[in-house]
Ligand binder design. Structure first.
Ligand code: BJ8
Length: 382
């Protein structure tokens, strides 16, 4: 077993630093925006002089609280996130110390569960909803989204008192692209056989992307890449696995951990805590608003229709990363990813790439059952 990568400690240690930074910013009057989705462009938030943290919940402990007002049969990410807000706003001390740091939530119109949850969220915390065209490929989609982004820019100006200038927006686009390029470098290294880092470690790093400041995150990823370039590879030689599907928000590493415990080698994740967050860059040469609108509409999220680009991306990644099997991960009651599974499965079958579908929540009751299924899958593809 090679020694653990030292630079991973940076991400652990930076937590307290980031909390202190956010508190300090609040004292100076800098606004902190909480978000729940990749579709909300950080670039606009930062260009307005605000800061942001992503509030998606990945832990089970706030779910029962949410279930007092939300139906039980909705996705655990929605319940965990909502429960954390109620808990924080009602003086509780459960999972999320970040909520009290937030001035406003900028939500987005994606899945039905989230949209309806956001309506309730606004009873606890000021909430702005960014609308999204549901058919991003339609001719009207770009203009509509562009007008939504400009409206959002105006909202941010009202919140912060700062004008969102084009040069500030360009600067933030360059900064976000730099992060994306670094993540490409990190993921490129995972193409090695065996890869120099475990998938569960990458997942924990990717989860930090949504909490740390861009500078902190880049510093950490840059150190990690340097270390990985010279690291002794993990000697394990299990089947190379791609995880594809719902995001795994901070606190949720359940399925990745099981795959690795059973001997699978996770080499890439097609998810919002994986490639979806960084794969496509924003064009730095174009009008910044238009470039942002174009890039954000390209996010291959299952909430959109018909989302052909996601299916194509999965096949492309499977080939690039020499994947031997795909674990298709859905959060319980996430209809969008659950239904899209059939198209993905059909396409992967044509490509002769085996797939295992796992639907799960944030609890422990299915650990054993998932373990048995993963075991059998790995044995089949080995
Ligand atoms: S861009 S995946 S972060 S919407 S898992 S809450 S879809 S029921 S999180 Fe998502 Fe943005 Fe899309 Fe990414 Fe609903 Fe499904 Fe739950 Fe989900």
């Amino acid at each position: 077993m090679p020694p653990p990568l030292q630079s991973l400690d940076f991400f652990q240690d930076s937590y307290e630093l980031r909390i202190a930074q956010l508190k300090e910013e609040r004292e100076k009057g800098i606004k902190i925006v909480g978000t729940f989705c990749l579709y909300v462009p950080d670039e606009i938030i930062f260009a307005a002089g605000a800061d942001r943290i992503v509030l998606c919940g990945g832990k089970a402990d706030t779910v029962p609280l949410a279930e007092q007002s939300l139906p039980r049969n909705i996705c655990p990410l929605i319940k965990s996130s909502f429960g954390a807000v109620i808990d924080a706003c009602c003086g509780g001390n459960l999972a999320c110390p970040h909520v009290p740091l937030v001035d406003v939530v900028v939500a987005e119109a994606t899945c039905d569960g989230k949209k309806k949850m956001y309506e309730m969220l606004s009873d606890y915390i000021p909430t702005y909803v960014l609308d999204l065209p549901q058919k991003p490929g339609s001719p009207e989609a770009l203009d509509y989204f562009l007008s939504e982004l400009r409206k959002f820019g105006k909202f941010m100006e009202g919140l912060t008192g700062n004008v969102v200038r084009n040069d500030a927006l360009r600067r933030e686009i360059r900064s976000a692209n730099e992060t994306k390029r670094l993540l490409h470098r990190l993921f490129e290294l995972r193409k090695r056989d065996p890869p120099p880092i475990r998938g569960s470690e990458v997942l924990r790093v990717m989860q930090k992307q949504f909490f740390l400041s861009p500078d902190q995150f880049r510093q950490g990823v840059s150190r990690l890449c340097e270390e990985m370039e010279h690291a002794t590879p993990d000697a394990r030689t299990g089947p190379r696995i791609m995880i594809s599907g719902c995001p795994m928000a901070a606190g949720n590493t359940k399925v990745a951990d099981i795959i690795e415990q059973k001997g699978g080698v996770i080499v890439v994740e097609e998810s919002c805590t994986g490639t979806r967050s960084f794969w496509d860059l924003v064009d730095e040469e174009r009008d910044p608003w238009k470039a942002l609108a174009e890039r954000y509409l390209e996010i291959p999220c299952a909430c959109m229709t018909p989302n052909d680009q996601r299916v194509a991306r999965i096949v492309d990644l499977a080939k690039q990363y020499d994947v031997q099997g795909v674990v298709y991960y859905t959060l319980q009651f996430c209809h969008a990813y659950n239904i899209e599974r059939f198209r993905v499965q059909r396409t992967l079958k044509k490509e002769k790439i085996p797939m295992l579908a796992i639907e799960s929540d944030y609890g422990d009751s299915d650990l054993e059952q998932i373990g048995i299924r993963v075991d059998a899958f790995l044995e089949m593809i080995a």
